[in-house]
Design a binder for this molecule. Structure first.
Ligand code: ADP
Ligand code: MG
Length: 396
């Protein structure tokens, strides 16, 4: 079902709440290290300003767990928005309440304001009706543009739209359209590449796509759980011990359907995780119990690259190693570069995966689609929709 977008409604003089994804990476001094997510939100905000709406922006940042955490305030985001929009974007001290309402009701046409981190309220992640209503009271229309949060039934991404009409912003609409049409006709061989920290986020989508996928390439912390399930020594590596049984089932399911799954057979190891870490590239069987697996090894990476070169559809989520640190970034960089070179249909997404592209300075237009969502992208692929999409108004 097609959803209404910004273009389908009249926003002039309306109070328009836009749920963005301003969950940006910050360094220790509270400076934004990558403004991609803010830049992605600009077209929707600019359009609303041009149409004379009163624009009220909301987002979460980090995991403050329902309490005010000073380092997770949205002030750096307001500063960056002011720079990009070339107008002053004030940030309010809270996101609901009488003072916020008073401020919003005095806004002029084309004014833009940013509300404080929605996760400072315990109601946000519980989709608490009272908190949702508190947000909805501030606006006449709700615009969902935070695709990366659309898989969560949280107040600011879902609940508010239970009380005021919701439509899709430009970023959101593009994601729905691109991801929705990608798999209407899959060209084979199709390869799915998974990495990142946790297996739990990816199990569903792996199971869903086993029948349509020819190759699974697994790296990152995720691979460790599979390797552990197969009886390999994984030393001090990140392993989800409570997911071992599930990992075993997925392995069986992939193999019983005659599909290929490749796991690291050589690995980059270290006993520390920082920019100065000393590393070694060793065959998996030489792993010492005190060491951590922190990236895929050279041979494994080359094997993955070879499969990518032979594929015609490639989906990727999750870094191959702890790529935030240079000593463990090679596996991820090689996959990103190989996919960029490929003429196949290439789809990738995930907060950390996209951050890695920025870090490697690889342009997004070298891929068919770069999704702003990780979990959201996978869930959308798995179920064909998301709660934050379903709640929006259907197009006429
Ligand atoms: P995305 O945000 O792209 O969806 P995830 O959040 O699932 O990706 O995973 C990214 C995280 O996984 C990164 O913080 C990275 O450091 C971590 N990671 C990758 N490989 C390993 C590993 N071998 N051991 C520990 N953590 C890892
Ligand atoms: Mg992540």
């Amino acid at each position: 079902m097609r959803k209404k977008t910004l273009r389908d409604i009249d926003v002039k003089a309306k109070r328009v709440m836009v749920r963005c994804d301003f969950n940006v990476p910050l360094d220790k001094r509270g400076q934004i290290t990558d403004e991609t997510r803010i830049e992605f939100s600009i077209p929707t905000i600019r359009y609303l300003m041009e149409k004379g709406a009163r624009v009220i922006l909301t987002s979460h940042l980090g995991r403050p767990k329902g309490a005010v955490v000073e380092s997770m305030r949205l002030d750096p985001v307001a500063k960056s928005l002011s720079k990009h929009l070339k107008v002053n974007v004030p940030k309010l001290p809270d996101c609901i309440g009488p003072e916020v309402e008073a401020f919003v009701n005095k806004m002029k046409l084309a004014d833009v304001v940013l509300l404080e981190n929605t996760r400072f309220h315990p109601g946000e992640e519980k989709n608490d009706p009272e908190f949702s209503r508190g947000l909805a009271r501030l606006a006449d229309v709700f615009v969902m543009d935070g695709f990366g949060s659309a898989h969560r039934k949280h107040s600011s991404a879902y609940g508010a739209a239970e009380y005021i009409p919701g439509v899709a912003g430009f970023l959101m609409a593009a994601e729905i359209e691109k991801l929705g049409s990608l798999f209407e006709r899959i060209e084979h061989p199709m390869t799915m590449i998974f990495g990142g920290a946790k297996i739990s986020d990816k199990i569903g989508v792996i199971e869903k796509f086993v029948d349509r996928t020819d190759n699974f390439l697994i790296g990152g912390g995720l691979a460790n759980t599979f390797l552990f399930a197969m009886g390999h020594e994984v030393g001090e590596s990140l392993v989800e011990r409570d997911k071992v049984e599930e990992a075993r089932k997925i392995l069986q399911s992939i193999q019983s359907q005659g599909k290929q799954i490749l796991l690291p057979h050589d690995v980059i190891v270290s006993d520390t995780v920082d920019e100065q870490s000393e590393t070694a590239n060793i065959p998996l069987r030489f792993l010492h119990p005190e060491l951590k697996i922190l990236d895929t090894g050279w041979k494994t990476t080359e094997k993955f690259a070879e499969v990518i070169r032979q594929s015609r559809t490639i989906v990727w989520n999750g870094p191959m190693g702890v790529c935030e640190y240079e000593p463990f970034a090679r596996g991820t960089r090689m996959i990103a570069e190989e996919m960029a070179r490929s003429l196949a249909k290439t789809i990738l997404g995930g907060g950390d995966t996209v951050d890695a592209l920025q870090k490697f300075a690889i342009s997004f237009d070298r891929y068919t689609h770069v999704s702003t969502g990780g979990g959201a992208m996978l869930e959308f692929l798995e179920f064909g929709s998301l709660p934050g999409v379903d709640i929006l108004q259907d197009a006429d």
